[in-house]
Design a protein around this ligand. Structure first.
Ligand SMILES: [Cu+2]
Length: 504
């Protein structure tokens, strides 16, 4: 079938070529030149340009009319500003579009070829250059400054009493988290994620398990590396070389022989040898006249290590590993990564918030919700976005809000919803309407399904709903805080709770 299509295409090309040739030949016979075009043809083409211009403008006008009002009314404070900015841009773009195309096709019509007309020629005009440089510069500057000011409405610092919500993305769903009474999100870490703790909020048990897991993995990698044949041989060669170098400095013993000992005990065979003594009491200055104590101690350690390596190479061959350079590098990288993970958890564990709240307390009363989350109307909300796997984009079209959600880099914006879900259902005459949070970054196979409903309601309804949401660690009577956490933090917590209650 494909071959057939290819054949048809080839035959077509050949046919067109032949036709062109025939036309050329017949023109030559009738004495007509290729560039001789009749006046009627020229006028026809010129008029077609004009027809095209009219049809083009008419269809663009139709598209504006049919699709120009693409979004329901903005449901946030800054949303109106975003819409105004958008309209402002559209008006400028439309004006430039009409002007440029009218000139382009209008001139093609007006100045169609006329054998009696002579073109004027001028190479340069400073005034024209100035006009088409300065005017676009001013227009662009206005657009950029206006745009940045609108952007600030979303991104400047939220007020102190703003509600804080974390939106967490992963392939392929969203999770929302409220701070709870203490006003702080519990710290979280990728390594603390479990099926029951999908956000990886820090808990003493979580830290213990994660640390154990990291240590286990580190132990495995370290053990692999310590039995890698090439690494052992390289280490041995380096130790031998440094012993020899040291020896040359002192003009003393033959360490080449020394370094070939089978194991540590072999030192004893050498009886009164200097190094047997070193072995006995390394680090002790007394009794080593020709070597410094430091030097002697180092030598003993080096020789012990050589003996150890020899033992492994000769007697523990079943434990030896032979790895490629790339494999060794991968293992070393993994070790570094695990150490970094461990370090981060240690830092999180000891973290204290400005209000004295410890790391473990902050997370305990966090409320984690899925499927939908609620917002009170007229109240400023600060969103913080985190991602577990790839870059997602939190898009709330009705609030004219969007922000990338990036692994490892928390992002944020603030907004104030102005229309409740109920009112919007009335405005749109659609009882099924719901505000939505969508993913607006193609993030994988089920990207299209990555959605969360948003309910905007009165302050009372919102509080009643929030009241019903589970707190992260439910067992309040038996707090799973470690012994080392001092009692006073509990007081700080209740004080902060009281303060927040007063604000509301
Ligand atoms: Cu996504």
């Amino acid at each position: 079938m494909q071959l057939l299509i290819l054949l048809v295409v080839i035959v077509g090309i050949v046919a067109v070529g032949q036709l062109a040739k025939v036309y050329e030949l017949s023109s030559r016979i009738s004495g007509k030149r290729e560039e001789d075009i009749s006046h009627a043809d020229t006028r026809l083409n010129a008029n077609l340009f004009l027809v095209f211009l009219v049809v083009f403008f008419a269809s663009v006008a139709y598209l504006y009319w049919a699709y120009g009002d693409y979004a329901p009314p903005a449901a946030s404070v800054h949303g109106d500003a975003v819409d105004t900015l958008m309209s402002f841009n559209i008006w400028i773009i439309t004006a430039v579009f009409v002007l440029v195309n009218a000139l382009l096709f209008g001139f093609a019509w007006k100045y169609a070829y006329d054998k009696d007309r002579k073109a004027t020629f001028f190479a340069h005009d400073n005034r024209l250059e100035l006009i088409w440089t300065v005017i676009p510069s001013i227009v662009l500057a206005v657009l950029i400054i206006y745009g940045l000011r609108t952007w600030d409405l979303m991104t400047e610092d939220a007020s102190a009493d703003a509600i804080r919500i974390e939106v967490y993305s992963k392939q392929f769903d969203w999770t929302a988290r409220y701070v709870g009474n203490d006003g702080e999100f519990g710290q979280s870490n990728y390594n603390l994620i479990t099926p029951l703790n999908p956000l990886g909020i820090i808990t003493p048990e979580g830290v213990e398990d994660a640390m154990a897991e990291i240590e286990k993995q580190m132990g495995k990698v370290e053990s692999d590396l310590s039995f890698e044949k090439g690494l052992l041989e390289a280490e041995r060669a380096q130790l031998v070389a440094s012993l020899v170098a040291d020896d040359h400095g002192h003009g003393g013993h033959d360490h080449g022989e020394h370094s070939s000992h089978g194991d540590a005990e072999a030192h004893d065979d050498h009886g009164g040898h200097d190094h047997a003594e070193d072995h006995g009491d390394h680090g002790d200055a007394s009794g080593h006249d020709d070597h410094g104590s430091h030097n002697g101690g180092w030598k003993a350690i080096a020789e012990n290590r050589i003996a150890e390596i020899d033992d492994i190479l000769e007697h523990q061959t079943d434990r030896l590993l032979i790895l490629t350079d790339a494999q060794i590098e991968a293992k070393e990288d993994k070790l570094k990564r695990l150490k970094r993970h461990r370090q981060r958890i240690v830092e999180l564990e000891s973290f204290t918030f400005d209000n004295g709240l410890g790391s473990f307390e902050a997370g305990r009363d966090d409320q984690v919700v899925k499927g939908e989350f609620h917002l009170p109307v007229g109240q400023e909300v600060e969103f913080v976005f985190r991602s577990r796997d790839v870059i997602h984009s939190a898009f709330m079209p009705h609030f004219r809000a969007q922000m990338n959600s990036v692994p490892g880099v928390p992002t944020r914006f603030k907004m104030t919803p102005t229309i409740t879900t109920d009112s919007m259902q009335t405005i749109l005459d659609d009882p099924d309407f719901n505000y939505v949070l969508l993913c607006n970054k193609v993030c994988g196979a089920a990207h299209f399904n990555m959605k969360m409903d948003i309910i905007v309601e009165s302050q009372e309804d919102y509080e009643a709903w929030l009241e019903q949401q589970d707190v992260f660690l439910v067992d309040e009577d038996n707090p799973s805080t470690p012994e080392s956490q001092p009692e006073p933090t509990a007081d700080v917590e209740s004080e902060v709770g009281a303060e927040i209650a007063m604000i509301h």
